[in-house]
Design a protein around this ligand. Structure first.
Ligand SMILES: NC(=O)c1ccc[n+]([C@@H]2O[C@H](COP(=O)([O-])OP(=O)(O)OC[C@H]3O[C@@H](n4cnc5c(N)ncnc54)[C@H](O)[C@@H]3O)[C@@H](O)[C@H]2O)c1
Length: 351
């Protein structure tokens, strides 16, 4: 599969972010010529490592209506991963959400009309476009009634992609991702409970849980998500829209107990009011991706969390306590897959 990207010219929008860095790495490894447009360039880290030097970086502000111009002319595939908002922030200012995501994407689609770009792969959100599910698992044909503005903007972009395909032949694939987690997500930022919980466990800090911890989500290891993105870029069949998730649900309490089981330590947790835009359960039916993309998630939650902790060590994650905790885990047999090529090791210290 990867061999078919050898020599392909690829532009990644939002490649400096959590999922984007993993995607850039996979594309470079596959032999693609990769450009990244983002507002920032990430520092050297254990995800991108030496591949950072093999990417052509272009910085700019997508929200301001950036004109890509000649940058699109020689490109085979565009991956669109930019989002200026997350579910929480989008509800505070729905106007900004549309103005900074939907309107600039329309500008991009207008530009794509007059190029030879073969495919645009858009990362949508399986966790928000469906709203409150009427069944335990949701397939692509489930009604879409988002209860957060972010879900509305994702859906609007999806519809415009179909519009530009129907009228102007701009080809696209849409991946409705569930809840990706993995290396480069370990942080205190509001999106991504697994990354936040691992961060808090490493730091020995208190994790704040909204609600009683029963909220259940479909957690998808980021490398599985990236594999789906690559397959979608290469897929030539008629299907345009795919749910991409593990197809199984885990509650926040299960995430906490998984971390506690791996580390052998109790986590300090406080509970506060549930958020009004969190649906109680969201698990994706991924049968369509299994059938058409021949893709399924391979990494279970425990394996994925062990990988994140190993990444923390490779990244030199910043405190003696972290190193000690992660060393113990590695010695106790945690982790199953290498995070990268041996040449990475020299750069994995964030230099
Ligand atoms: N992380 C998740 O839980 C999740 C779930 C489903 C879908 N998605 C979608 O996947 C995509 C990638 O998510 P992520 O978690 O990697 O997000 P991220 O925030 O880590 O990455 C987004 C990138 O977009 C860039 N960006 C934001 N505003 C920009 C602007 N105005 N101009 C130029 N660049 C800008 C950021 O600098 C960042 O590098 C997003 O579209 C997101 O909505 C994420």
């Amino acid at each position: 599969m990867v061999g078919r990207l050898d020599g392909a010219r690829v532009l990644v929008l939002g490649g400096s972010g959590f999922i984007g860095q993993h995607l850039l790495r996979a594309l470079v490894d596959a032999g693609a010529h990769v450009s990244c447009f983002d507002q920032t360039v990430p520092p050297y880290n254990a995800v991108l490592s030496a591949r950072r030097d093999e990417v052509r970086w272009v910085t700019g502000d997508f929200a301001a209506g950036y004109s890509f111009g000649p940058m699109l002319q020689d490109v085979d595939v565009v991956f669109h991963l930019i989002s200026t908002t997350i579910p929480e922030s989008s509800n505070r200012n729905p106007r900004y959400d549309v103005a900074s995501n939907v309107v600039p994407t329309l500008g991009l689609l207008e530009e794509l009309r007059s190029t030879s770009v073969k495919n645009i792969v858009f990362v949508s959100s399986g966790g928000t476009v469906y709203g409150i599910p009427s069944s335990r698992t949701v397939a692509e044909l489930h009604p879409t009634d988002p209860i957060c503005a972010y879900g509305v903007h994702k859906l609007a972009i999806e519809k415009y992609l179909f519009f530009y395909h129907y009228h102007f032949g701009v080809s696209h694939r849409i991946l409705r991702l569930s809840n990706p987690y993995g290396a480069a997500q370990i942080s205190d930022r509001p999106q991504g409970i697994v990354g936040k919980a691992v961060y808090k466990a490493i730091k020995g800090e208190t994790l704040e849980v909204w609600g009683d911890g029963s909220v259940t989500r479909d957690y998808l290891y980021v490398e599985d998500a990236v594999e789906a993105l690559l397959l979608a870029a290469l897929y030539a069949g008629p299907t345009r829209l795919f749910n991409i998730g593990a197809g199984v649900g885990h509650s926040v309490l299960e995430i906490i107990s998984t971390i506690e089981r791996i580390t052998g330590r109790s986590m300090d947790v406080t509970y506060s009011d549930a958020r009004d835009f969190d649906v109680p359960v969201n698990i994706l039916d991924v049968e369509r991706a299994r059938r058409d993309l021949r893709w399924c998630a391979k990494t279970d939650l425990e394996t994925g969390i062990r990988e994140m902790l190993r990444y923390g060590q490779q990244a030199g994650a910043n405190s003696a306590a972290t190193d000690r905790l992660v060393s113990e885990l590695v010695l106790s047999g945690g982790g199953s897959r290498s995070l990268g090529h041996p040449r990475d090791r020299s750069r994995a210290d964030g230099s």
